[in-house]
Design a protein around this ligand. Structure first.
Ligand SMILES: Cc1ncc(COP(=O)(O)O)c(C=O)c1O
Length: 286
């Protein structure tokens, strides 16, 4: 039977219940991670837990599992499923309070810890024919100033993503008020211009994506492309040869049109194929 984990217990999903006084429900006061696994092998597990721990420290949430405890919890949830390719959803909130109030409650309040797994598609083979490219739109980023924190308060992201869907597109790329491309509503963005790959540097305007981290590391080691962590502006984006988005669940996806205008020649490019081959071959080393 497929199990979920909630606060020390493994149980059927319908038996897992959370109080409406949980600060995750009341304030979105919590963090999450999504970790992919293929045939029981995780991609970037330690990197995901490290990012979670950074966020927890930032929010002063203590008393969460150690890396080894996370591994045991996640392994048991995975093993309770029959499917071989699973995404793990991990959520930690500040916990349940007696009274609603903005201030952090006393340290005696224990965090709520939840893990469940959901089936994900078999990874695509690294071939142009097995890839469905994205068509995307752009918007000015309307979210808060701490997009580096992977909070469950995702309404800004949800609204940007929904805007894209309503335009019959697959994702929404986001520009800051200075007209620089930072990330997208649910993914990081890479831009290939000639032999140089650009992606925005890590700061408060974007999530430090684990797929971004892995791909950057692989591109640096590979040396085919020059890699620069620098945000591109609208003119540079319009002149790009290729654009790719990255996220744990979608890996590396080529973008062939932005706001209805073709990227490069409007087809999946050889740069994406090279990058995706690197990612496919290297991802389990993280
Ligand atoms: C806003 C945003 N940026 C980037 C990413 C990509 O992060 P990762 O590669 O860790 O999945 C995500 C994934 O959820 C995201 O929501």
């Amino acid at each position: 039977m497929a199990l979920v984990y909630l606060n020390g217990q493994f149980c059927a999903p319908e038996q897992a219940a959370i109080s409406p006084m949980d600060r995750g429900f009341l304030f979105g006061d919590g963090l999450y991670e999504v970790v992919p696994s293929y045939n029981g092998q995780f991609v970037g597990f330690t990197l995901h837990i490290h990012r979670l721990n950074n966020g927890l420290a930032e929010l002063n949430i203590a008393g969460t599992p150690t890396l080894e405890e996370w591994q045991n919890i996640c392994r048991r949830v995975l093993d309770s499923h029959e499917e071989t390719n699973l995404g793990l959803y991990i959520q930690v909130t500040r916990g349940v309070v007696a009274q609603r109030g903005h201030a952090y409650p006393s340290a005696t309040v224990k965090p709520t810890v939840f893990v469940y797994a959901f089936p994900i598609p078999t990874p695509r083979s690294a071939e142009i024919t097995s890839c469905t490219p994205y068509r995307v739109v752009t918007q000015q980023d309307q979210r808060w100033q701490r997009c580096d924190v992977k909070t469950t308060s995702l309404l800004g992201n949800v609204m940007h993503y929904q805007h894209g869907r309503e335009q019959h597109s697959d994702e929404t790329l986001l520009f800051n008020p200075r007209g620089q491309l930072t990330e997208a509503s649910t993914s990081n963005v890479f831009v290939l211009c000639g032999e140089t790959v650009y992606t925005a540097p890590l700061d408060n305007q974007l999530l430090p994506g684990i797929t971004r981290h892995i791909l950057l590391d692989l591109l640096h080691a590979d040396k085919k492309f020059k890699v620069i962590e620098q945000a591109v502006d609208k003119a540079q984006l319009a002149a790009a040869d290729e654009v790719w988005i990255t996220s744990s669940s979608r890996e590396v996806v080529p973008v062939i049109s932005i706001d209805g205008v073709p990227v490069g020649c409007g087809e999946i490019g050889p740069g994406w194929l090279h990058a995706f081959k690197l990612y496919s071959q290297g991802k389990f080393n993280y």
